[in-house]
Each structure stands twice: as structure tokens, then as C-alpha cells.
Design a protein around this ligand. Sequence first.
Ligand code: SAH
Length: 307
Amino acid sequence: MPTDRHPSSGAEGAELPQAQALAALRGEIPTFAPGEVWLVGAGPGDPGLLTLDALAGLLQADVVVHDALVDARVLALARRGAQMQFAGKRGGKPSIAQQDICVQLIELAQRGLRVLRLKGGDPFVFGRGGEEILALAAAGVPFRVVPGVTAGLGGLASLGIPATMRGINQAVILATGHDPDEEGQLDWSALARTRQPIVLYMGLRNLGKIAAALMHGGLPATTPAAVIASATLADQRILVSTLERVASEATAANFAAPAMVVIGHIVNIRRQLLDAIAQAAAAPAPVPAPAAAGKAAIPCGNSACEG
Ligand code: SAH
């Protein structure tokens, strides 16, 4: 695995201002013992969505084994001198085998290092975190799991799409669109029949196929659908469309991974929200503070966005 030293300057973890702030907020900072592995979710990208315990891990780890989706600003929070190891896909090259990552984590821990395994989103949502803790447990390596904000919920929320909305849905389906043929066990017609929103991780590449399967299963072609790319990051983009058109429109607009696809009427809430914000801004009465805050936070700032 590629390795480098963390470049940030500053004193040892406990003396850093982040560590002091963390201690004030968190009370006692959980201790990262030598020989332990922490499996940590880094959230969808924005460092503001890290948990306090993820930060505690970063400030104490000897080695950080991270995926491609973890933002550089999050990695920059690691303790000075921490070893950074990349274990993910880069530039279309084949990813490191999962088995090799598990072996690596075990070896590092058995050398007495504090090993932070850092993954995008939540480590247990399409993150292969389950395999990793099973391997650690089998090897007798102590570990801690630090949950993260998953892209399929937090990424939507940051753009004003609620995962559940009273009167619209009673469930939300988190699905992978990775390879619908290989993972043939996913019955798209059955999902369509639930009439509940579907949030697709890794769904861009096979979106045309998946949309066709959902329409074949009875989901109307006019069902709202959105693609959200790089949620919570500076290059965040959103495309709002319909089930029938979303795949071709996403291709035409050059949407690229990482991207979530949301299919269902919850997508309309974003439009209602933007309309309400626009109306409030146009009204002669002074805009109350919460509406002004919403206006700044929710709309996608990218000029390529469709609101
Ligand atoms: N464990 C992660 C998911 C890993 S699978 C989580 O809980 O979020 C990788 C997929 O997650 C990507 O292909 C994409 O579908 C989604 N994803 C992760 N970060 C994202 C982001 N910032 N914006 C949009 N989609 C994201």
C-alpha cells in the first residue's frame, strides 16, 4: 500500500488546539490503545460532518489506512507524524484486494500500532466494514467501531432532500447499483412495488438499466429522480429529473462518481424548498433569520446545478 508521512505541523496530539477543543466538548477523550484498530466513518466529505470520536481517533492514530473517498481536509487532521496509507481505488487502477487490507490491518495492530481504518460515510453501509471487523475479531485484535454519516442520508439532507417525509414515505431503501447483473439477487420489480424511495449508492454506471428495471416493475416513468455528486464538497452537483430521463441527462451533464441517485417523491421537497426560499427572498417583508440561513446552506452553489 502506498504510504507517506503526515505533513501537518504542530505538537503531539493532546496539545493540539483540536484536542483541547475536543476534550472540552467530549469530556474524556476515548483512549486509542496501542495494538487497537478503530474502524471509523469519515462522513460524506465535509470535515464538519466528522464525529467527535472520529477526530479523537485521528488525533491519536499511529497509522491511518484510508479509502479514496476520504477528503484531504479530514486526512489533514491526523496527528503529526502519523503514517498515511492509501487503500482504495485510484485513477481506474484495480483496488487493493479486501483480503489484503484485512491482513494489513491485523499486521499493523500486532506490531503494537494504533491503527485507524478510515472510510467514507459509515463503515457499515456498502463499506465492507463488516468483513474487516470479522477478520479482526478472528485474529484476536481489539477494535472499536465509530459510525459515520452515510452519504445516502447526510448527502441528501445537505441538499434539502429529507430521507423520510410524513405523507410521502414510510420507509427508505438503501441499495447498491454496483452491478445489477452480478448481484442478481436484488429484485428491482419488488423494490418498485413498495413505492418507497430508493437511494442508490454506486448507481451511476448502471442507472439506465436500473431505471428500466424499476419502470418494468411498475414505477411510473415520471417518478422524480435526482443525482447528487460529491455531496457536501465544494464541487457538489445535483440534477433533478425523472426516472425515465435521469440516466441520459446525467450522462449528458457529465455527472461522475461519487454520486447518489434518489428515486421517489421525496426529491420534490427540494424544489418546494427552493421555491419557498425564492418567494421569501422576493417578498417585501424582512426575511427572518432561519430562512436566510436555509437559503445560504441548501441550494447547490455549483453553476452546473439544476435546482
Ligand atoms: N460507506 C459509504 C459508501 C461507500 S460506497 C457511505 O456510507 O456513504 C461508495 C458510494 O457512496 C459512491 O459510489 C457514492 O454512491 C456514495 N458516496 C459516497 N460519498 C459521496 C458523496 N460525497 N456524494 C455522493 N455520493 C457519495
